[in-house]
Design a protein around this ligand. Sequence first.
Ligand SMILES: Cc1cc2nc3c(=O)[nH]c(=O)nc-3n(C[C@H](O)[C@H](O)[C@H](O)COP(=O)(O)OP(=O)(O)OC[C@H]3O[C@@H](n4cnc5c(N)ncnc54)[C@H](O)[C@@H]3O)c2cc1C
Length: 472
Amino acid sequence: MIDLPENFMVSLREQLPESAILTRLEDLAPYLREERGLMKSDCEVVLRPADAEDLAKAVAVCDLHGVSVVPLGGNTGLVGGGIASGGVILSLERLNKIIAVDTLNHTMTVEAGCVLANIQKAAQDAGCLFPLSLGAEGSCQIGGNLATNAGGVNVLRYGNTRELVLGIEAVLPDGRIFDGLNALRKDNTGYDIKQLFIGAEGTLGIITKAVLKLYPAPRSSVTVMAALPRLNNVMRLFDNVRATCGDRLTAFELIPRLGLELGIAHVPGVDDPFVDRHPHYSLIELTSPREGDDLRGEIEKVLERALEDEVITDAVIAESEAQVHQLWKIREELPAAQSREGGSIKHDVSVPVSAAIEFIEKASHAVKSEIPGIRVCAFGHIGDGNIHYNLTQPPDMDKQAFLDNWECLNRIVHDFVVDMNGSISAEHGIGLLKKMELGHYASSVNLDVMRQIKRAIDPNNIMNPRKIFDRG
Ligand SMILES: Cc1cc2nc3c(=O)[nH]c(=O)nc-3n(C[C@H](O)[C@H](O)[C@H](O)COP(=O)(O)OP(=O)(O)OC[C@H]3O[C@@H](n4cnc5c(N)ncnc54)[C@H](O)[C@@H]3O)c2cc1C
C-alpha cells in the first residue's frame, strides 16, 4: 500500500474480519467513482464493517495510525464529499437494518446504511409516512441524507432532514461511540450534540444509527401541473395555493420550458402534458392524512381563479397514479436530461422566497451578457426559495470551452445570491466542489468557529479531511 503506514493493515486485520476489507482493484472500482464524473477517488482500501462496533474499531485503528477515513453512503452526493485522496473509504452499506418501528411514538430506528426508499417503504407498511423524498432515493442512504442535511421535494411541508430526526448514534474520530440515540421530542439537557453531525458531511464522525420521525400517511392527494405565461406569476400562484390550502401544500416546483424540452429530447417516457407550448410550469402536490378530503375541489377553485386572473394559462390535474408519475418524471429526470445536452454548470442556491424571481431574472440577464446563447435552466424547489440554477452550453459551443467558464459563472451567480442574503449551497452541501466558493463568501468568524469545532472533535484531522474547508 503506497501511502499507508507500516503495520496499519496488520492492525486492521486484527480488528476486522477479512470480509470487511476490500483491496482488490476490481472490488474497489464502484466506491471510487463520483456521481457527476467530475472527480475520482485515489484510494486502495475500502472497509465494509457489518455493525457500529466493528466500524468503531476500524476508525480507532485509523486514528492511531493517522490514516484518513472517508465515510461513504449511497455515493449519490453531488459535491465530491465522498472523494478520498489516500487513506480508506468506509462504506456504510452493510449497516442496513431497520431496527424498530414505534407507531405510537411515531418513530423508526434505523442503521445509517439503510437506503432511503427502503425506509419510506417500511414507514408505509406501518401505515405511516417518512417524508424525505428526492430523486436519488433508490440509492442514497439515510446516513448520507443526514450527513448532507438533504432537502428534496417535501421540505415545504416537513422540513429538511435535520427536522426529521430525533436521535443519532455516531462513531467519533477516536473510535468512541457517541450515543445520542433517543426517541424524545423533548430533551433540553445541554448542547444538542447530534446536530453537529447533521450537515457536517462526515467531517466530525460517522453516523451509524438514527431515530427518525414518522408522520400520518397521506390518504388523499392531488398532483397538478400549471402552465404560466410569465416567471413573475409563479410566486403569485404559490401565494394563492398556500393561502388557500395551508399545510396541505407539500410540494411546489418550478420547471422552465427548456427543462421540459430537454426531458422530451433525452428521456424516454417524458412527454409534454399540454397541447400548447408555455414558457414556465409549476408542479404542485397537495396531500392530506384524511381519507376523502376534497383536495381536487380545493385546487380546482384556486386554478379557476388563477385562470381568470391570467396568472396561469392552462393546468393539468393528474387523473391516475400513472399520470402522477409522468408529471413527476418531468421534474425528476431534469438534471439527467440536462447532462445529456452537453456541458452544464450547476448551482444549488437559495434566496428568500420573496427574492427568488428577482434572483433568476438578474442572474439570467448577467450570464446571457457574459455568454451569448447560454441556456438558463432554473428549476426546482421554488416554494423553499431553493433554485437549481443550471446553465446549459450554447448549442454551437464546444463543451470544454463552455466549461472553462465555470469559475466566472459561479462568481456572477453567487454574487447575486449573496447580495440577496442567500446561500451558495441550499441542499447539496460543500464537499470539495464548493469549498473555494465557501472560502470566498463565508465570514471569517463562521469559518473560524467551524475550524475550532473540527479541531476539538478530530484533533488528528483523520475524518474526511479537506472537505468543506481546509482545517489550517
Ligand atoms: C438524481 C439525484 C437527485 C438528487 N436530489 C436531491 C435533492 O432533491 N435534494 C438534496 O438535498 N440532494 C439531492 N441529491 C444529492 C444526494 O442524493 C443527497 O445529498 C444524499 O443525501 C446523499 O446521500 P448518499 O447516501 O448518497 O451520500 P454519499 O454521496 O455517499 O455521501 C455524501 C456525504 O455524506 C458523507 N456521509 C455519507 N454517509 C455518512 C455517514 N453515515 N456518516 C457520516 N457521513 C456520511 C460522505 O462522506 C459525503 O461527504 C440528489 C442526487 C441525485 C444523484
